[in-house]
Design a protein around this ligand. Sequence first.
Ligand SMILES: [Zn+2]
Length: 247
Amino acid sequence: MEFLCGGVGDAFSTKSWGTHFFVREKGFVLAVDCPDSYRRALEKNAFVHGDHILDVGDIDVMLITHLHGDHVNGLEMVLAYRKFVTEKKLEIFTTPEVAELLWTKRLEVSLGTLYDGELYQKMSLDDFANLTIIDWETPIQCGPFEIQTRQTIHHIPTSALKISAGNSKLGYSCDSAFDPSLIDWLRDSDMILHETSFGAAHTPLFSLLELDEDIREKMWLVHLPDSLLNEEVEGLNLAFEGFRRDV
Ligand SMILES: [Zn+2]
C-alpha cells in the first residue's frame, strides 16, 4: 500500500495542516481524519491520482479517529462538497462513540437544514454519508484494507489504528498519552506513525527516544508542534507534508 502524508501539525499549529493521511491500494483511497482547510491541503500536497491531483471526490472511505477539531473540522465542508459538487455520498468509518455524536453534536447544527429556494428541508446524516461503525479491536474490511482499532489514552474516545493490505501493515498511534501497551500493539506494523505533542493526553518526545531501535527506525512522528518543524531529532524520523512512501 502507499502512504500519503497530508498534514503533520498539532491542534495549535500555525505552519502545518492538522495531522491527516491517506493510504492507497489498487486505486482505492482510504482517508484518515479531516482537519480544517482540507481541500487547500490536498491542492498544496498535489498527490498524483491517475490523471489528476487527488481531491475530495477521489476518497472511497473517510475514517474519523475522534471528535477533536484538528481531526474533524473539515468534515462539514467535505460532506457539502460531496453532496453538491461531486454528488456522491461519503462513506465514513468510525468508532461507536464517534458515530453516536458525529451528527447530533458536530454536524447537525450546520448541515441539518438546507434551503432549496422554496423550502427549508430537514436533513439527516444519511443525506450526506453512509456510516459504518468499527467495533473496538474487531478487524473490519474496507475495500482492499483490513482495519483494526484500539482505544488510546486521550481526553475523549480516540482510536489508534492498524491498517493492512496484503503483507503490509501501517500502524497509527493517533492522539495518545505515552502508552507502552499501545507501542506493543503497534509493534508488528511495517511503518508506524506516532504522535508527539505537549500535555498530559499526548506523548512527550523523550518517551519515544527511549524506545528500542527496532521500533524507532520504522516510526515516523506526526502531530508535531511548530517548534519541531524542520528540526532533526537524532534517532527518530519526522514525517512531513506531501511525503509519499510504499509501506
Ligand atoms: Zn485529540
